[in-house]
Design a protein around this ligand. Structure first.
Ligand SMILES: C[S@@+](CC[C@H](N)C(=O)[O-])C[C@H]1O[C@@H](n2cnc3c(N)ncnc32)[C@H](O)[C@@H]1O
Length: 418
C-alpha cells in the first residue's frame, strides 16, 4: 500500500530543523510563538498547511526571514536599497539656470541639464535600448574588469561609487561580478531622478540576492562631490569610482574635474573611465574628418539622429519662442584639455522670436591612450590597464591613485637657510 506523502515537506523540514537546532521542544516553541503545541506538531508532521499569520509567528519566534522560511529561497528584493538626496541639491534651481542660459544668445549646455526631466531621461533610455546602440555599449568587458579590480583590492572593504550611473546597468553588472567580495557597498549617484529610480530597480532585480550587497542611490551633482562628507569612509575602505557611458569625455574640462571633484580620494583608490578612442592623431584633422563616424559623410550610425533629438530637447522644452533648431557637428582640435585628444562639438543653431542664437549642445572627446595616461599621471592617477571594445572605438581605462610623497624639508636644511 502506498504511504501518503506529507504535504509541504520543505516548511515542515525547516521548522523541525530550526526547532531542534535551538534545543526547543514543541511546547517551548508554542510559548515563544503564541501558537498551540498541537499546531506545531501538525505542521511538522505535514498534516497542516500553515497560514500567513502562523508562518510569521513561527519565523519571528525562530528569528528567521519569513520568506525564506516559507519558500526556502530568499526574497527577490532582499538588497537593502536606500536613497539619499545630497545636500544642496536643487533641481528646480538647475532648471532656472538652464532657462537663463537659453535666454542668452549663446553658450554651452552642460550634461548636468539634459537628463533632469523625465522626457530627457526617457529619450536617453530609449536610445540605450535601441539594438545597434546597445550592441556597442554592452560589449564592455565587465568580467575582465572585475577580475582586475578584484586582484587589486583583494579583501579590503570596497565602495563601488558610480558617477552619472544612468540606469546603472554597468555598475550593477560590475557589482555582480565582484559579488564574492566580502564587504562591498554599491553607491550610485546621478542628477536625474527618473534614471536613478531605474538604477535602484535594476539593483533590486539583478544583484545576487544571497550576497545582500548594500546599495545607496544618491540624487546629487558630481561636481559637488567634495562636499558630500557622507561618502567618506570610516576605517580602511577603498573606493572604485566609475564613469561609464562616456560621461567623463562629455565634461567640459575633465582634467579640472579630476583635480577639483575627485581630490578627496586617497592612494590606492581606483578610477574606471569609459571613453571614446581617437580614430587618428589629433594633429591630422583631414584624417579625423574622414574616419570619425560623427563627422564623416558616410558611415554615421542610425542612432546619431536620436542623439541629436535628445540633445536639442532642452532647447525646445526650456527655451522661449523657439521656431527652428538645426544641428552641425564640428571638429575641435584646439581647446581640449587632454593632449592628443580632440572633441566633436555638436552645435545647435536656433531660430527664435528674439533672433538667431547658437549653443554648444554636446562636447564629446576622443582620446589617445598615451595622452590620457600622461595627463592623468600628472593628477596622480596612474594607468593600470585598459580594455578596448566596440571594434576599438571605445575603451575602459583603469587608474589607481598614487599620491606623490609630500616633499619634507629636512630640519637641517631649514636651519641652514635660516
Ligand atoms: C552619458 S550618460 C551615461 C549614463 C550611464 N553611465 C551609462 O553608461 O549609460 C550621463 C549620465 O550622467 C548623469 N549626469 C550628468 N551630469 C551630472 C552631474 N552633474 N551630476 C550627476 N550626474 C550627472 C546623467 O543624468 C546621465 O545619467
Amino acid at each position: 500500500m502506498a504511504t501518503k506523502q506529507p504535504k509541504h515537506r520543505g516548511i515542515r523540514d525547516r521548522l523541525m530543523a530550526l526547532r531542534l537546532s535551538r534545543n526547543l521542544t514543541s511546547n517551548m516553541l508554542a510559548q515563544l510563538s503564541g501558537l498551540t503545541h498541537t499546531t506545531i506538531r501538525q505542521i511538522e508532521s505535514g498534516r497542516t498547511v500553515p497560514g500567513v499569520d502562523t508562518v510569521e509567528k513561527l519565523a519571528n519566534a525562530l528569528g528567521v526571514d519569513a520568506c525564506w522560511f516559507t519558500f526556502g529561497h530568499p526574497e527577490a528584493a532582499q538588497h537593502p536599497v536606500q536613497a539619499l538626496i545630497a545636500p544642496d541639491f536643487h533641481p528646480i534651481q538647475l532648471v532656472a539656470e538652464l532657462r537663463a542660459l537659453l535666454s542668452g544668445r549663446s553658450g554651452h549646455i552642460d550634461d548636468t541639464y539634459k537628463y533632469l526631466d523625465p522626457i530627457g531621461a526617457a529619450q536617453f533610455q530609449e536610445l540605450h535600448q535601441q539594438a545597434d546602440f546597445a550592441d556597442e555599449v554592452f560589449t564592455i568587458p565587465i568580467r575582465d574588469i572585475a577580475a582586475e579590480v578584484g586582484r587589486l583590492v583583494g579583501e579590503t572593504p570596497l565602495d563601488l561609487l558610480g558617477l552619472g550611473v544612468g540606469s546603472g546597468d554597468h555598475e550593477v553588472k560590475l557589482a555582480t561580478k565582484l559579488g564574492k567580495h566580502p564587504d562591498m557597498r554599491l553607491l550610485m549617484l546621478d542628477i536625474s531622478l527618473p534614471l536613478l529610480a531605474e538604477a535602484a530597480q535594476n539593483a533590486i532585480k539583478r544583484l545576487p540576492p544571497a550576497r545582500k550587497i548594500p546599495v545607496l542611490c544618491i540624487l546629487g551633482n558630481f561636481h559637488q562631490l567634495p562636499a558630500y562628507s557622507f561618502l567618506e569612509s570610516q576605517g580602511p575602505r577603498r573606493h572604485l569610482v566609475t564613469m561609464f557611458g562616456y560621461t567623463f569625455g562629455n565634461l567640459e574640462n575633465e582634467v579640472r574635474f579630476v583635480r577639483n571633484s575627485l581630490s578627496w580620494l586617497s592612494s590606492g583608490d581606483l578610477l574606471l573611465l569609459d571613453v571614446d578612442c581617437a580614430v587618428a592623431p589629433a594633429a591630422d584633422s583631414a584624417l579625423i574628418m574622414k574616419r570619425d563616424r560623427a563627422l564623416s559623410k558616410e558611415g554615421a550610425p542610425a542612432w546619431l539622429g536620436q542623439v541629436e533629438e535628445f540633445l536639442t530637447g532642452p532647447i525646445w522644452r526650456y527655451g522661449s519662442g523657439v521656431r527652428d533648431v538645426s544641428v552641425t557637428r564640428t571638429l575641435d582640435i584646439h581647446s581640449t584639455p587632454v593632449p592628443n585628444s580632440y572633441a566633436i562639438d555638436i552645435r545647435a543653431q536656433v531660430e527664435s522670436a528674439s533672433g538667431r542664437k547658437e549653443f554648444s549642445i554636446g562636447y564629446t572627446k576622443r582620446y589617445d591612450i598615451h595622452g590620457l595616461a600622461a595627463c592623468m599621471k600628472k593628477e596622480q592617477w596612474h594607468l593600470v590597464q585598459h580594455w578596448s571594445y566596440a571594434e576599438g572605438r571605445s575603451m575602459v581605462c583603469l587608474f589607481e591613485k598614487r599620491e606623490a610623497e609630500k616633499a619634507v624639508r629636512s630640519p637641517k636644511r631649514r636651519i641652514a637657510k635660516e
